[in-house]
Write a protein that binds this ligand. Structure first.
Ligand SMILES: [Zn+2]
Length: 275
C-alpha cells in the first residue's frame, strides 16, 4: 500500500496542468533538483513556461543520521514531503505531484504507476520531459524511466512530448558519445543552485553531500566536456536523448542502450589500436 498521494501548487493556480511545458518524472525527493535543474531554470520567473514535477517514491527507506537518526519511516516520509514542497516553492514549480509508492512497487509490476504518469502527462501535455537515464546505477531510477517510457508509449502520438531526456543522478553520462549527449548549460540563476539542493537537509545532514556532489559534477562537466577548447560555461548537465524510444514504439529499449554502450566501447578500443 502506498501512502496518500500529495499534490501541491506553490502559487495556488487553479489550472496548474495546462501551463506546464517542462515536466520531470523522478523516483525520489531531491532527484528532480539534481537531474532536471535545467528545466527548472528554463522556466524560472517566466510566464510562458512552467516546470512541474512528479516524485514517485514515498521516501521511507532513506539512510539517516544526526537529528534524523531516530526518525521512524513515517516521520521520515513527512520530512521528505516537506522538503520537496519547499523545493517546489523555491523553484516556482507549476505543480508538484507526489505519488507515494514504495520502492518495491516502483521496481515491481505496478500498472497504477504507469497510469498515474499517463494521466498527468495527458492533462499537462508538456513539450519536454526529464526522467532518469537508462544506465543509472539505482534500480528504482531505472524502473521509473522504464515506466515513464511505457506511459508515453501508451499515449497517442499527439499527446507525447517533443523531447524525452534521461538525466544524470547515480552515474554520470560523460561517457556518452559527444554527438549523442544532450548538453544542458545551467548558468542562469546560479544563486538558485545551492538554494534548491540545500533544502534536502534530511539527505545531506543524513550523511550524503548531494549538494556539493551535484554542483561539483556540473562544474566538472563544464570543464571536461571539451578537451581542445576553453570553458564556455560554468555548469553543465548531461542527458541521454530518449526521444527515439517514444517516436518508435517498436524500438527495443535494451538494444537502444546497448548501441550507446557499443559506441563507447568502439571509441575506447579505437584509441588503443596500434599500427
Ligand atoms: Zn533517487
Amino acid at each position: 500500500m502506498s501512502e496518500k498521494k500529495m499534490f501541491f501548487v506553490p502559487d495556488e493556480c487553479e489550472e496548474p496542468f495546462s501551463r506546464t511545458t517542462h515536466l520531470a518524472i523522478a523516483a525520489h525527493q531531491d532527484d528532480v533538483e539534481i537531474m532536471a535543474y535545467h528545466g527548472i531554470l528554463e522556466c524560472f520567473g517566466r510566464k510562458d513556461k512552467w516546470f512541474s514535477a512528479i516524485v514517485t517514491a514515498d521516501g521511507a527507506g532513506s539512510p539517516r543520521t544526526g537529528i534524523y537518526a531516530d526518525y521512524t519511516n513515517e516521520e521520515m516520509i513527512r520530512v521528505r514531503i516537506k522538503e520537496q514542497k519547499k523545493a517546489a516553492y523555491v523553484g516556482e514549480y507549476g505543480f508538484l505531484s507526489m505519488l507515494m509508492y514504495t520502492s518495491a512497487q516502483i521496481k515491481g509490476d505496478t500498472p497504477e504507476i504507469i497510469e498515474d504518469y499517463a494521466d498527468i502527462i495527458k492533462k499537462s501535455r508538456p513539450e519536454f520531459v526529464y526522467t532518469h537515464n537508462l544506465c543509472d546505477k539505482h534500480p528504482t531510477h531505472v524502473a521509473v524511466a522504464l515506466k515513464a517510457i511505457k506511459a508515453l508509449r501508451a499515449l497517442p502520438k499527439e499527446l507525447r512530448p517533443k523531447k524525452l531526456y534521461g538525466c544524470e543522478v547515480w552515474k554520470n553520462l560523460d561517457w556518452l558519445d559527444d554527438v549523442k549527449k544532450v548538453k544542458f548549460v545551467c548558468d542562469e540563476h546560479l544563486n538558485l543552485e545551492r538554494a534548491l539542493l540545500g533544502i534536502f537537509d534530511s539527505q545531506i545532514t543524513g550523511g550524503k553531500r548531494y549538494d556539493l556532489a551535484t554542483e561539483g559534477r556540473r562544474i566538472a562537466n563544464a570543464t571536461y566536456s571539451e578537451s581542445h577548447g576553453v570553458d564556455t560555461c560554468l555548469r553543465l548537465s548531461y542527458a541521454m536523448d530518449l526521444t527515439p524510444l517514444i517516436e518508435d514504439d517498436a524500438m527495443d529499449i535494451r538494444e537502444f542502450v546497448a548501441g550507446h554502450i557499443d559506441d563507447f566501447k568502439n571509441q575506447v578500443l579505437q584509441k588503443l589500436m596500434r599500427d
